[in-house]
Design a protein around this ligand. Sequence first.
Ligand code: MG
Length: 218
Amino acid sequence: MERVAVETRVLSKNEECAQANRQLFKERGVVAVNFMSAPGAGKTSVLEKTLPALKDDCEIAVIEGDLYTTLDADRMHSAGIPAYQITTGTCCHLDARMITRALDEFPLGDTRLLVIENVGNMVCPAEFDLGEDFRVMVYSAVEGAEKPQKYPLMFQTAGAILLNKIDLIPYAGVSLEELTANVRKVNPKAPVFPISCRTGEGIPPWTNWFRELVLGLQ
Ligand code: MG
């Protein structure tokens, strides 16, 4: 019981902070998108493929969440995109207060699209609202077909689901149909985009859709 009470308090404190972030984004005309996945599903690679397609339309900034390293922010800088790294130490997710604090040191300026790359983890990040407008989940084809059933919350709260690494499907003992059907069982609504960041397959339909979404939310 006590554990439930503590979790409830932590989440409601987070919700207050998330609402403040949401209000700030609204006032500043910023669309905030939270990218989530298990470790290694390819969030950073997805951003490297996606964000250049929007660079001419709006100012983009990225907040990266990672336990220890600045490697992902370094990759964003290499792609010419301003990025700020939050290192969470032992904390396995970002929370709303971490975003508030990051924005003290990384002001929004003219940013119109704020991308948040969460810590790689299929469980906790889904429980913490950051004040974002939209969630994207990256699910890679090599993680096993049963993940939507085992970890439904992240799939259910995502507004779009990217099925990444489809070039590896022949080696993974799964089919695209099975992966898609399992996603659909827990989230029948969100569009599912099969992609491969390595080969580029499926990237244009996804980036076109995402671009329309972001411009429509602004
Ligand atoms: Mg990453």
